[in-house]
Design a protein around this ligand. Structure first.
Ligand code: SAM
Length: 276
């Protein structure tokens, strides 16, 4: 094995590197640079525009937390919309729930789906689920134009660069609000409060301008920079901190459980004061 590393630059003064066993795939799609690498420590990883999106060893944390927290926070999540999430990990977690009857997913870059199916079969494992309608297109346009109504929208976006910039905007959250049922909610990945403070704050501010209730919850995902990673929920009615109804947790999960649900909403003081 050669001495090959990939570098991910987070700020001018901080970058991380992963030692590679090999580069499995590289291409420039119509939207972004896409690569799949095999790393020594984290298994295979999907990289978009130089930013790690998923790594085999810890992807379960992100995907379980972006899905099961809002699903258990909603009393009857039947109609779910996923924006982004082309690797399929979020979809894999949504399809575990028999209560979900219909799933629309809007991913802008079909190549992310195809390459994930080829290299990450355990992540991209649910694209054949009969409840899924996969739309290849821009999530911003979709939410602005659709006439469908949803109980839950999950925004599994890349960082706010390139095609994902508008996925962090107030207009986008306003469009989501208008396609949600009267007790609907939205969950978004809202970046690192330490390394991407501006993006994190702006999600909270923009969502707060639209939704009556906005809550933040946390998980630590080792391959996402370092420290806590945030998710933000905008809810029209229900308090997402509590699991709704008398529901027992799915078995077979590796991260999420009832205690994690409530604990994830406990915010350290520095994060509280960023949004207080
Ligand atoms: N878990 C990942 C993370 O935070 O690093 C993100 C997962 S997923 C790979 C993000 C997806 O969002 C990408 O496949 C990208 O193509 C998609 N995406 C970006 N902008 C989009 C848009 N405007 N509409 C739909 N999908 C979009």
């Amino acid at each position: 094995m050669g001495n090959y590393w990939i570098y991910e630059n987070h700020t001018e003064g901080y970058e991380v590197r992963w030692k590679l066993k090999s580069i499995l795939h590289e291409e420039k799609t119509a939207f972004q640079k896409l690569a799949v690498v095999d790393t020594l420590e984290w298994g295979k990883a999907l990289i978009l525009d130089g930013a790690l999106q998923i790594a085999e060893k810890d992807e379960f944390i992100y995907h379980e937390m972006i899905v099961h927290v809002p699903i258990y926070a909603h009393p009857h999540p039947e109609r779910v919309l996923i924006i982004g999430g082309g690797d399929g990990g979020t979809l894999r977690e949504v399809v575990r729930h028999a209560t979900v009857k219909k799933i629309d997913m809007v991913e802008i870059d079909e190549r992310v789906v195809k390459v994930s199916q080829q290299y990450f079969p355990k992540v991209a494992s649910a694209f054949n689920d009969p409840r899924l309608n996969l739309h290849i297109g821009d999530g911003i346009k979709y939410v602005a134009e659709t006439t469908q109504e949803y109980d839950l929208v999950i925004v599994d976006s890349s960082d706010p660069v390139g095609p994902a910039v508008q996925l962090f905007s107030r207009d986008f959250y306003q469009s989501i609000y208008s396609i949600l049922a009267e007790d609907g909610m939205v969950t978004v990945q809202s970046e690192s409060p330490i390394f991407f403070e501006e993006a994190f704050r702006s999600v909270h501010k923009n969502m707060g301008a639209v939704f009556p209730r906005v809550n933040i919850y946390l998980a630590s995902i080792p391959t996402y920079v370092s420290g806590p990673w945030t998710f933000t929920i905008g809810s029209k009615k229900h308090n997402p901190v509590k699991i709704q109804g008398d529901r027992t947790c799915l078995s077979g999960l590796k991260y999420y459980n009832e205690s994690v649900h409530e604990a994830a909403f406990s915010l350290p003081q520095f994060i509280r004061s960023m949004v207080g």
